[in-house]
Design a protein around this ligand. Structure first.
Ligand code: NAD
Length: 444
């Protein structure tokens, strides 16, 4: 599972050879450790005149322990710009004016975050100006070096106070492998309320994680438990041994169940209701691949992938909502894939199922808002797991290097993004599909 090339670049020989030959030199990404400061240095905050967010952002950054400055220093751990005041394309120059003099000052694993207004809620020239921010941010993501990332957050008018969990996620090491994403924060649904303890935002909550015996699912279970949740770790009976190990390690409980069996939704609903009084966070992580080009694909390869990766999830959601097993301010979180966005050779079944997960989010968002919850998904790119270790060498190397961060992500990167969605303070983060892909060129 190790990225041997990246390890080589850190050896004395690698440090000599790599720059001489102009080879890719992926940075060591800063990752979250409990108690560490959110950023390693100051955040420069700027705003276009007339913006809605500057004051709120200043307070939220300071509350997160970040040193906020408004005049440029030599080095910044983050550049944050409130672009909500840009009402006309002629004023896009203000983005250039803020970033141009300071973009080279962004430190290793630094952060650029631009805030705007969702263009679809605007009209005319303001809509055009706000939409333009996307091209800016995605290009900055491609230009930044040393593991730094850029994001765009569209905050609906009226959702100014609902941004705190997103600010804390993006301006910390938790978002290490999230790059060049567009996030939307809305006004429907519940009011976002800050947790009593930001280090334990899921205290007292119950989370279900499917496919939790290994890989990304095990990392999700660990991170949600770290954040205070009691985790019900679910996997097929054949994975029972590994599942128990994960559940024991995190003080959670193990549930052996094939999620595709017709009785699974009812059994699951009953288990969650009777043992735990309901569930707060549902993470549909279980997934399989059965790769073959379409002409060579068997019916069973098609059917099994759609059953695990999509149909079973829809059936579980329907049951949990119908029986009110999902608690108030509950979360449903899907795991899509960049293959579901871009398509992939040999994966018509898988990409169909993973694009279906995006459809599930689109369709579910208004329903969940009405129910008092949210539904979102992550779309991982190349993540270092047993699944990707089995990919042939050249395809594997392309998957790792053909991205802005020049490396694969770790399961924990997907897990941290899911924990941000799960946070009770993310009540206004609904209907998003955020890629955890280091700005992979695939599907861009
Ligand atoms: P993995 O194969 O290591 O783990 C998947 C888990 O799901 C396994 O423990 C498996 O037993 C379980 N599972 C399969 N069918 C099940 C069923 N019917 N009922 C209950 N559990 C079942 O895979 P992973 O790499 O950890 O991937 C986790 C998720 O992330 C999957 O949805 C995958 O499609 C997605 N994903 C992974 C990558 C990557 O690079 N690894 C990229 C994009 C998306």
């Amino acid at each position: 599972m190790a990225d041997r090339y990246q390890q080589f670049t850190k050896t004395p020989v690698g440090k000599f050879v790599v720059p001489k030959l102009g080879l890719p030199n992926p940075a060591t990404l800063r990752r979250y450790k409990p108690g560490q400061p959110a950023l390693e240095g100051p955040a420069l905050l700027g705003a276009a005149p007339g913006g809605r967010l500057e004051k709120t952002l200043k307070d939220q950054l300071a509350d997160a322990g970040i040193d906020v400055v408004t005049t440029a220093a030599d080095r910044h751990a983050a550049l944050v710009f409130d672009a909500t005041g840009i009402t006309d394309p002629a004023r896009l120059r203000e983005v250039y004016d803020f970033f141009h003099p300071v973009i080279r000052s962004v430190g290793p694993s630094g952060r650029v975050v631009v805030f705007g207004t969702p263009p679809e809620q605007l009209e005319g020239r303001e809509r055009i100006a706000q939409r333009a921010l996307e091209g800016f941010t995605r290009s900055v993501g491609k230009e930044l070096k040393r593991g730094a990332t850029a994001q765009l957050v569209y905050v609906a008018d009226g959702a100014e106070e609902a941004t705190e969990s997103t600010v804390r996620f993006l301006l910390s090491a938790k978002s290490a492998f999230v790059d060049a994403q567009v996030i939307r924060i809305g006004t429907e649904g519940k009011t976002a309320v800050a947790p009593a303890d930001w280090e334990k935002p899921l205290e007292g909550k119950v989370a279900l994680v499917t496919g939790a015996s290994r890989g990304i699912g095990a990392a999700i279970a660990e991170v949600l438990a770290r954040d205070g949740a009691h985790v019900v770790a679910l996997d097929i009976p054949a994975q029972g041994g590994d599942l128990s190990k994960v559940a024991n390690k995190i003080g959670g409980s193990a549930l052996q169940l094939d999620i595709t069996s017709p009785s699974a939704p009812a059994k699951l609903a009953e288990h969650l209701k009777e043992r735990h009084g309901g569930v707060d966070v549902v993470v549909h992580n279980a997934g399989i691949t059965r790769d073959k080009t379409l002409g060579n694909m068997s019916e069973s390869a098609w059917d099994s992938v759609i059953a695990v990766n999509l149909a079973s999830q829809l059936a579980v959601n329907d049951k949990l909502l119908a029986d009110k097993v999902l608690n108030d301010n509950g979360r449903i979180i899907g795991v899509s894939s960049i293959a579901g966005i871009a398509g992939n050779v040999g994966q018509t079944n898988y990409a169909t199922s993973k694009a279906g997960v995006i459809g599930m989010v689109n369709d579910g968002a208004p329903k969940l808002a009405a129910y008092g919850g949210t539904i979102n998904a992550v779309a991982p790119g190349f993540i270092e797991t047993k699944m990707t270790a089995a990919v042939p060498l050249f395809i594997r190397e392309a998957g790792r290097r053909l991205s802005s961060l020049g490396q694969g992500g770790l399961p924990v990167d997907v897990a941290e993004t899911i924990a941000w969605y799960a946070n009770p303070a993310s009540a206004a983060v609904n209907g998003n599909v955020v890629r955890v892909c280091g700005q992979a060129l695939l599907g861009a």
